[in-house]
Structures are given as structure tokens and as C-alpha cells.
Design a protein around this ligand. Structure first.
Ligand SMILES: *Cc1c(COP(=O)(O)O)cnc(C)c1O
Length: 368
């Protein structure tokens, strides 16, 4: 079966380097917030082109920390999308703030900037765009609306490590940006991890306090914080993989180029690439009105695509009936019915890509 993502293949690709890094971290005797984390934070900030990076426990925690560090909490509204990982919305509520959902632009599946203004109230404090599938949201338009209304911008970069907007990497445009290192992400750990990135020293400092019990010095809490630390093993592995990230992203784009060429004209809506953006194809997502029949066909022929995401956040049991903006999300709901994520990871072989496109061609030609 050809899988949608395959983190084990990535481990095997860099096995010697990763094993060496793990061994060195084990031997160091320091397992939490040590020199591996400090080095990875510096290297990741430099890679993104931002001044500060603060490692933490996950992408969800990075969002919660960033909102907290910006002083966003109870009584504040944060505008985001419902066509995303539930973590985006969950983190806003974890920070104590209220998510307000706006619809997506149907072509790129990212937050539609034209819908932000209608969702603003006196309580709106921030916009939280998601660079979904590895494609930057329309940052120029979003930053312009934010500037007009005095709002903060927090980028959800969990799917977009290395993606560029206007020639610069995403993660350095907003007041803060958040990354996940979940194993299947473009930069993936061998467990959980996350990062807050910012150019603002005060935001970096607050995030550092909050991630470890509010401590400025050991055992003395200056804030009501909690524990969301990155560990040394994850940082050591992530330092290895960061060195390969650009090559891995280039391979993802080459696979996407083949899908674009070989699936053209077969009746699938292929992913649109936004002008001025470099898409890093965390996922290659096509759309088809008979998505469920297509999914079942693929599975019967040895290909296991994913669905990102089958149920919009506002229709999930834990969120249904209480999300602001939930009554005006037609494009979000349509995307949930039509999207299908094809196998996409750097170690996918050319032969496997051929198998995937052959199966899709057979479906398009009416095979059962
Ligand atoms: C993966 C992901 C997250 C959450 O990251 P975790 O590390 O799993 O907590 C948040 N937002 C988006 C868009 C994601 O894809």
C-alpha cells in the first residue's frame, strides 16, 4: 500500500546521522532544554529569517504560547478558519480566547482576506491564518487588514516549514508564528515538538516564561505558566533534518510537478499555486465531487490517500453549535466533501508516483 505520509522512510533516509545525534544526546546527560534545544532554536530562527525561536512541546502548544505571549486571552476574539487541523481552533480556546471562523478562498483553500472585515468586532484582537497544505495564505492582504484594524497576526506554519511568500520564508511576517514538528510534517521529529518564532524580543521572552512555569530564574514564577518544553532528543533529530529540509521540499515540489502534469485534464481539480508563493507541498490535495468513491477506488488499487479534513471544526461534536461565524462557511463545508490528499513525502519513489497517477487515470477513464 502506498501511504499518504511515511515518517519511517524519512528516518531510514537519514538513519546514520539521526542515530548519531540520538546517541550524542543520550550521552550528554541533559535531556530537557539543553544545548541541543538552544542550538536548534538558533538554527531554526536563522533558517526562517526571524530573530527568535522558542522550542516547545507541540504545534498546538506553540499556538497557545504565542497567543499568551501576545497577551491574548479571555474576552478576546481571534479570527481563523474552520478548514484546518482542529488544533488551530483548540489552541485559541486553550489560550482562553474565542475563535471566530471565516470562510476559505475556494481556489487556494486558505483564509479569505475579503471576509475578515465582516467578522471583526470591538473584541477582535488577532488574525490567525493557516498556511494550509504548505501553501502560504495571502499574507499581503491579511497584513493590510490587520494594520487597518490594529490587529495582531499569528501565522499557523505547522504545514509550511520553508514555504515562501514574496521571496521570504513564512513565519517572519506576523507578530508570531507557530510550527509543529509532528513526525509527518515537512520538518518532523520522532515524537512531538513545536516552535514559536518571532521578531519581537518581548514576545519571545513571554513565550520562554510561559513554557516553563513562568520561571525567569529557577523555582521563581513571574507568570502563571505551565510546562511545554522541547526535549533534547527531538532537538538533536530536528537539527539533522533541518539540514535536509530544502532538499526534501524540492523533492516534494518535483513530485507535485509530476502529479500536475500527469493528472492534468482528467477531471480532478488540481492544487492551485498562488503567484508570489513557494508551495512546499506538505500535502498534495486534489478535489473531486465524488471524493468518497475515488478514495475507495484508490484503496482497492494499493494507494491510501488521506482526507484533510473530513469534518470542518464547526461541525465536529465538541464544537458544533457554538462557533462564531459557523453559519457562513459554505466553501469550508464544500472542501470537506471534495478534498483528497495524494501520497506525498520526499522518499516516495518515481515508480510509486507512476502507480498513483495510473490508478487515478483508471478512475477517470471509468474503471470500477
Ligand atoms: C499539525 C498541525 C497543528 C498542531 O500541531 P501538533 O504538533 O500536532 O500539536 C496545528 N495546526 C496545523 C495546521 C497543523 O497541521
Amino acid at each position: 500500500m502506498i501511504l499518504c505520509a511515511n515518517p519511517k522512510a524519512q528516518y531510514l533516509a537519514y538513519r546514520e546521522e539521526i542515530d548519531g545525534a540520538i546517541h550524542a544526546a543520550l550521552e550528554s546527560g541533559r535531556y530537557i532544554l539543553g544545548e541541543q534545544v538552544a542550538a536548534f532554536e538558533a538554527e531554526f530562527a536563522a533558517y526562517i529569517g526571524a530573530a527568535y525561536a522558542v522550542g516547545c512541546g507541540s504545534g498546538t502548544e506553540a499556538l497557545r504560547l504565542a497567543l499568551g505571549a501576545l497577551g491574548i486571552g479571555p474576552g478576546d476574539e481571534v479570527i481563523t478558519v474552520g478548514h484546518t487541523a482542529v488544533a488551530t481552533v483548540a489552541a485559541i480556546e486553550l489560550a482562553g480566547a474565542t475563535p471566530v471562523l471565516v470562510d476559505i478562498d475556494p481556489v487556494h483553500a486558505t483564509l479569505d482576506p475579503a471576509r475578515i472585515e465582516a467578522a471583526c468586532t470591538a473584541r477582535t484582537k488577532a488574525i490567525l491564518p493557516v498556511h494550509l497544505y504548505g501553501q502560504p495564505a495571502d499574507l499581503t492582504a491579511i497584513l493590510a487588514v490587520a494594520a487597518r484594524h490594529g490587529l495582531r497576526v499569528v501565522e499557523d506554519c505547522a504545514q509550511a516549514h520553508g514555504a515562501c511568500w514574496d521571496g521570504r520564508r513564512v513565519g517572519a511576517f506576523g507578530d508570531a508564528a507557530c510550527f509543529s514538528f509532528y513526525p509527518t510534517k515537512n520538518l518532523g521529529a520522532i515524537g512531538d515538538g513545536g516552535m514559536v518564532v518571532t521578531n519581537d524580543p518581548a514576545v519571545a521572552n513571554e513565550a520562554r516564561l510561559l513554557r516553563e512555569y513562568g520561571w525567569a530564574e529557577r523555582y521563581v514564577s513571574h507568570r502563571v505558566g505551565w510546562n511545554s518544553r522541547l526535549d533534547e532528543l527531538q532537538a538533536a533529530v530536528l537539527r539533522v533534518k533541518l539540514r535536509h529540509l530544502d532538499a526534501d521540499n524540492a523533492r516534494r515540489r518535483a513530485i507535485a510537478d509530476r502529479y500536475d502534469r500527469e493528472l492534468d485534464g482528467l477531471g480532478f481539480a488540481l492544487p492551485a499555486r498562488r503567484p508570489g508563493a513557494t508551495h512546499v507541498f506538505h500535502l498534495y490535495v486534489i478535489r473531486h465531487p465524488e471524493r468518497d468513491r475515488l478514495l475507495e477506488f484508490c484503496r482497492r488499487h494499493g494507494v491510501s490517500p488521506g482526507i484533510h479534513y473530513p469534518v470542518p471544526v464547526h461541525l465536529q461534536p465538541a464544537y458544533r453549535g457554538r462557533m462564531a461565524g459557523a453559519d457562513r462557511l459554505p466553501e469550508t463545508e464544500r472542501a470537506a466533501r471534495e478534498v483528497l490528499s495524494l501520497p506525498m513525502y520526499p522518499e516516495l519513489t518515481d515508480d510509486e508516483v507512476s502507480t498513483v497517477t495510473a490508478v487515478l487515470r483508471a478512475f477517470a477513464e471509468g474503471a470500477r
